[in-house]
Design a protein around this ligand. Sequence first.
Ligand code: GDP
Length: 478
Amino acid sequence: PTTITDELGIALSNLADSATGVLTPTLRLGVTGLSRAGKTIFITALVHNLLTQGRLPGFGPLADGRFIGARLAEYPDATIPRFAYEQHLAALSANPPIWPESTRRISQLRLVLKFQSAKWWGGMTGPATLNLDIVDYPGEWLLDLPLLGLGFAEWSTEALERARQPGHADEAAEFLAALDQTDISKDANDPDAERLASTFTTYLRRSREHGALSTLPPGRFLLPGDLEGSPALTFAPLPPLAGKRTGSLHAMLENRYEAYKAQVVRPFFRDHFARLDRQVVLVDTLRALNTGPAAVNDLETALTSVLSCFRQGDANPLLRPFSRRIDRILFAATKADHVHHTSHDRLEAILNRLVANARKRAIFAGAETKSIAMAGIRATSEGTIREGADTLPTLVGTPIDGEVLDGATYDGKTEIALFPGDLPARPDSLFENGSPVALNFLRFTPPQKLERNASGDVVLPHIRLDRALDYLIGDWMA
Ligand code: GDP
């Protein structure tokens, strides 16, 4: 219904972009992934490596000696929170270093990149400039796209059916009981609405703790951002009501559901998502592998729904109002420093297999994709141990305080060598017979001793961050 205004809004903002961007092209890079996939670490590492000209041999402009420098700049839209780069870097370089706070809402940051163009006229025009706008947002928010096509009654039917499935009995019991005890035809009142919404949110949260991610919109219920507690987030699915009445609890929640769509979901897709040029989707593949076959399948389903948002408008009518322009999507398996480098190709192959279905179903018309295994910040180094006649590859790192493996509990201060285990050579075996992978998986503290470069800046070690960067922005700096 509001598609005309949507289109007008996008057209106007694109116009504004081109007016201010006559001299400086702007590349908007979206960074997403489900909770704890590694978005905060990826962005912090990317920004730091660009600002300090870190070790990025695979990043074309730097390798060619054409990269002049980067600086942080004021973000043009003052209404969106800024990505807390300095705080995150401070946490990572503290003594002892700690992992920074994860993404909870949308945030943005602008970097201005100066480089010498490789084009033949580059020498005549002097250094070129590119604005790199990084947009960090929870992947959970993408799960809301289907809601735009669902009315309250349809969504409620789906959501209640799911909650009543035997597999969800424990998680949903409290919500279903609250629903039973509530007369939804009586007058609207906030305490009832709040109780239903909070028990419903608890159900979603518990499902997620048990590993389910895929089927659980609304995304803001899990990651509310700045909307926590607001009426647009205070609703729940309800059974159909014969004889609808304005002023009833049922009508109140239906209105709020519609408000959520109109005032939260739609503006996010229109004002942020639709304006991205490039996208990186981070995936914590290793954690799913380590949890077991059910988690792997669930991750696959979740990725399929997340990735359906990257379909072009023709394939996905819900996206038609938001003229999109993403032309490259990078899938990155994060935290690759948890396996030995001899397993990195396998990790990439597994990620490829995870997104294959999504890729088949979604027509990324006009967008190319690539999969990569990487670590924004490398918390381990590599070594070997001898076991009898065998030499085993190991990881050396400091497990986080409280981590347990083989009966040993770690204190966050002790460095150990660990044989991480091998990933399967054929990713299909993971999906076909659902055989678990035997990984020794521990969470490590950030690197304890960071080197400094000639200018005194810390050097953050990474794995293939340079390749990721090259794929995402290299061609804009040609
Ligand atoms: P997000 O912002 O929610 O996507 O996630 P974060 O970037 O905050 O990452 C969540 C956690 O994963 C961090 O606190 C780290 O413990 C871990 N992590 C993220 N990236 C890396 C990495 O490159 N290497 C290692 N070892 N751990 C990582």
